[in-house]
Design a protein around this ligand. Sequence first.
Ligand SMILES: [Zn+2]
Length: 418
Amino acid sequence: MTAAQRTVIRPQLLLDVVTGDLLPGRAVLVEGERIAGVVAAEAVPTQGRLVVDLPTHTLLPGLVDCHTHLVGEPDSGQGYAGLLTRTGAQEALSGVRNARDTVLAGFTTVRDVGTFRAFVDVALRDAINAGWVVGPRMQVAGAYVTSSGGGGDVTGLAPDVDAVVPYELRVGVVDSVDDVRRAVRRVLHAGADLVKLIATGAVMTSGGVPGAPELSEAQVRAAVEEAGLYGADVAAHAHGAEGIKRAVRGGVRSVEHGSLMDDEAIALMADAGTFLVADIYCGDYIAEIGRVRGWDADVLRKNDETMLAQREGFARCVEAGVRIAFGTDSGIYPHGLNARQLAYHVRWGQAPLEAVRSATLHAADLLRWDDRVGRVQPGYLADLIAVQGNPVDDVRRLEDVGFVMKGGAILRSDGPPG
Ligand SMILES: [Zn+2]
């Protein structure tokens, strides 16, 4: 790892995600943690600078995943009882591994949308920012704000065990509108950047019904109002159409999953400018690996019932002009495979360049970090990746990243190709 003060990067091509142009003969100047300039490669001053030549690579902005779960072990597909077999320290250290795997795969920013062990994500974000841990820039949710017994609660336990689940696994469990306000304040006071609502049942939760709303519109609105007092946004997990509509009417910034859309929900989202963050890859992982590993039959059934509908809904949202940001639910599948979802965006209706924009420009918009990440432009953070060949011809090239820089520091450089 090199924390160079001044670096020159000379790729074969530079992808300008704003215009869609693939530019030959450019060099990117990096000073400190930011991009200082994009200039003609032959005129670039190299004295006193570290020079990185990437003669067969395309350089583009570091990717952004708007729906990760970096804390803890990947989901076992057996419900949430396993959470009681691990300490907070174990969850934190798993998070260190997951953060490294994520950034080395080219995802230099994530919006991490929840951990059962409350606030381990806050600690991980702060450790990365302090330079103790290698990982992506993180926005974190702190805990799930969920109804009792809902998609973000620890369900499936024997009743006598249920009564002694530690508080830190249930920080965001709510029943009333006032509970929602209290939970929102609790997570934001503890250092969360955003609020994650569980607005419907969940696929992975024992007993959850994905189509069933679990929060009222008044509860969603209360969360949005309370978060707004702190300048924070709300993301809503919502599979069923009614839950999606309540979330959009309540004013959330993004709908997560969006599996069982109907025309009214799509129209509401398009009108309100609500982002869709749909994890349209991970259903294949669940169906394939979950079966091999003997995941809970109920989880597999719910996955089968939502997977195709989610993808068709995604395609309809693309057509209707709903804003789409890239988010994968990593932690359901192993961290570092995030880019596999880009090909699914293309298969389900997005032009390849739009798929890349969903993980750069549009993701940065969702995070309100469009002034610092998601483009290769002077003044922006030097979060840069490179892949062999042209990723707009084939987005699957982004599954194999050969160079990663975050904030001016080279985290990965696989060397000149042989
Ligand atoms: Zn999730």
